[in-house]
Design a protein around this ligand. Structure first.
Ligand SMILES: [Zn+2]
Length: 426
């Protein structure tokens, strides 16, 4: 009996692998949990063949902005596999959930049991992402332990790929840039990127003068290093990439020229108007990041956690239909006029570069673990809507079908996947 050379072959899909400059109708073969070959009409036999004609076959999607420290971050944290493999995403990067005080629990109770590959940007703040940063005073500069956080990052180097901080007007009005200067020291100490949330997060304090939101970005530029990541360029909140004149902030180009990276961090504060302004000014973000959490999905809140939060807002990317996934964020980029050749790197190769893992993930190069995402690429007319009420008609919709994580198949059956609404019905 002839031995099957492959365990599984995905036949005839449109394979896009930016790292290998591949884009074409190809087969992908998997053996022993790794990519064995990519090519035209690979010879059989295989133990299993899946016909994926008409579908997109991509390196396993990477969500650079997830919140998966479930229960410890209160309502904020979602189940890692719900936003991960059951939503067609093979790697999730928790942004600022675990911290120096809570990292062991993250490793044991989140990263270890998950089928999804779970990584983290460790919080710069001792309390991490407890209840979605609900109490601003816990994020003041004297609640940052620089040396201990560097040590925690080093001892968890297999999971920690960066540091998370917040440069937003609520914090700057309270403490100026001091907290961010300490966060940057942690990033330098670990020699890892610092990922910075821009756009208002916390309410302004009553007793102090508010900081000018347009002054935050220039002040941060002095603090940041090449490779650091500025997040939420498309936020509708003040303090992002669009200044109060409604123009691209003049320092953005300088920031990008200096080697800073940009992550969309889509979330519920995403604005089609702001995105249009930024893209029209020629700035295309490097990575996407879905930024889903308990405040913008229909997942019920754990008992005893606060009823309301400044971020509490349902996500209605598809008009009339709640919920979200990284594929929905890709759909919204396509609706803004970006092509697949721009959007696919934002969820694969560019993410791997940001994480320093180009040889491990974000590619279908033979030999890497078989993390592969298969998406339906549906044409039609779909109504998208942001939380400002701006409606956009998308002519193309990406929907996860299934993924392989190290060769093991997971269907996209997460309860938070949205149901699209056709334009005619909306
Ligand atoms: Zn977030």
């Amino acid at each position: 009996m002839q031995l099957a050379p492959y365990d599984l072959v995905l036949r005839g899909g449109r394979v896009i692998d930016p790292a290998q400059r591949l884009d074409g109708l190809l087969d992908v073969a998997v053996r022993d949990g790794r990519v064995a070959a990519v090519g035209k009409a690979l010879p059989g036999p295989a133990r299993e063949t899946i016909d994926v004609r008409g579908k997109l076959v991509l390196p396993g999607l990477i969500d650079t902005h997830a919140h998966v420290y479930r229960y410890v971050s209160g309502r904020f944290g979602l189940d890692a596999d719900m936003v991960g493999v059951h939503s067609g995403v093979t790697t999730v990067v928790d942004q600022g959930g675990p911290s120096v005080l809570t990292f062991p629990g993250f490793r044991e109770y989140v990263a270890k049991p998950a089928a999804t590959r779970v990584l983290a940007f460790i919080s710069a703040y001792m309390v991490g992402g407890l209840e979605g940063h609900y109490y601003p005073e816990l994020y003041r500069p004297d609640c940052i332990a620089v040396d201990d956080t560097i040590r925690a990052g080093r001892e968890n180097a297999d999971l920690v790929r960066g540091v998370k901080g917040h440069a937003e007007i609520g914090g700057f009005s309270r403490w100026g840039s001091e907290a961010m200067r300490q966060a940057a020291r942690i990033g330098r100490g670990l020699d890892l990127p610092l990922y910075i949330h821009f756009g208002q997060l916390w309410p302004l304090p009553d007793d102090r003068h508010p900081y000018d939101p347009d002054a935050i970005l220039p002040e941060m530029l002095e603090i940041l290093r090449p490779g650091d990541v500025v997040a939420h360029p498309f936020t509708r909140h003040p303090g992002g990439f669009v200044d109060h004149h409604g123009k691209l902030h003049p320092v953005v180009r300088e920031a990008l020229a200096r080697g800073l990276k940009t992550d969309v961090g889509h979330g519920s504060h995403f604005s089609f108007k702001m995105a249009r302004l930024v893209l029209d000014a020629g700035v295309v973000p490097d990575t996407l990041g879905a930024d889903m959490h308990g405040y913008n999905t229909t997942v019920p809140k754990p008992k005893g956690t606060p009823e309301t939060h400044p971020d509490t807002e349902e996500m209605h990317l598809f008009a009339g239909a709640q919920n979200f996934s990284l594929a929905s964020a890709m759909t919204s980029m396509l609706a803004l006029g970006l092509g697949l050749e721009q959007v696919v790197p934002m969820v694969t190769s560019n993410c791997a570069a940001m994480l320093g893992m180009e040889n491990e993930i974000g590619t279908l190069r033979p030999g890497v673990e078989a993390d592969i995402s298969v998406l339906d690429d549906v044409t039609g007319r779909f109504v998208l809507q942001d939380n400002e009420g701006t409606r956009v008609v998308a002519e193309r919709l990406l929907r996860p079908a299934f993924c392989l994580r190290a060769g093991r198949r997971f269907d996209a059956d997460s309860l938070i996947l949205p149901v699209a609404v056709m334009a005619e019905a909306a």
